[in-house]
Design a protein around this ligand. Structure first.
Ligand code: AR6
Length: 210
């Protein structure tokens, strides 16, 4: 299992020289936020945290990609519980327990299937995935949320566009919702080196160093 102590915060990454100030940013520096946000490269199913976010489909009955990995690691009890959830609309999120996962809960969010003909709708649906996941976590008193990069695999959302939505929505949520103070750690989980580079490049714009 990977525990929180083994997932460096943005503050630690700046200190180690793994992150560097961006040339331009609209967001003010907030030192406390740098202690509450992390980037982790690896398998989301290994994280021992309060909740991980699954990139599910509307059936909530499993699939490929990270969804397949989460169901495989959680065991058949997760599918049984998901059968009782009644599916989920695109842009929304439902919660289950973690079963055999080290994580206590799974937030099943349904990202949009990307298409270039409807970019505004896709963007607002993806934005809503992050917002509803964070809202659900807070509602259930979960202290940690680990996001995979929703919609950017099988669903084809361009990684840079998806990452700016993920970071902006998270920053706005942590800034503006008083109840968000329960969130001790939000972790962005990336699988590939390419996705890691995108986050490394974009995180400083949304979470600038002092
Ligand atoms: N840990 C962390 N990230 C992962 C893992 C893992 N174990 N495995 C994959 N990723 P995807 P989507 C990354 O395709 O695009 C399923 O069939 C992956 O590299 O899993 O939202 C569902 O049932 C990518 O960056 O989800 C839906 O039908 C990210 O997770 C559909 O796929 C998301 O890729 C959803 O497609």
């Amino acid at each position: 299992f990977v525990t929180l102590e083994n997932v460096p915060t943005l503050a630690a990454m700046y200190k180690e020289g793994d992150l560097h100030a961006a040339a331009k940013t609209h967001f003010p520096h907030d030192a406390t936020l740098l202690d509450r946000v992390s980037l982790f490269q690896g398998d989301i199913t290994r994280l021992k945290v309060d909740s991980i976010v699954n990139a599910a489909n509307r059936s909530l009955l499993g699939g490929g990609g990270v969804d397949g990995a989460i169901h495989a690691a959680a065991g058949p009890g997760l599918l049984e519980e998901c059968r009782t959830l009644g599916g989920c609309e695109t842009g929304f999120t439902k919660i289950s327990t973690g079963h055999k996962l080290p994580a206590k809960h799974v937030l099943h969010t349904v990202g949009p299937i990307y298409s270039r003909s409807n970019v505004e709708t896709k963007a607002s649906q993806l934005r809503s995935c992050y917002k509803t996941s964070l809202e659900l976590a807070v509602e259930h008193n979960l202290k940690h949320v680990a996001f995979c990069s929703v919609s950017t695999g099988i669903y084809g959302y361009p990684i840079a566009d998806a990452t700016s939505i993920a970071l902006e929505e998270t920053r706005n949520f942590l800034d503006s919702k008083p109840e968000a103070s329960i969130l001790e750690r939000v972790i962005f989980v990336v699988w590939s080196n390419k996705d890691r580079d995108v986050y490394i490049n974009m995180l400083p714009e949304y979470f600038p160093p002092g």
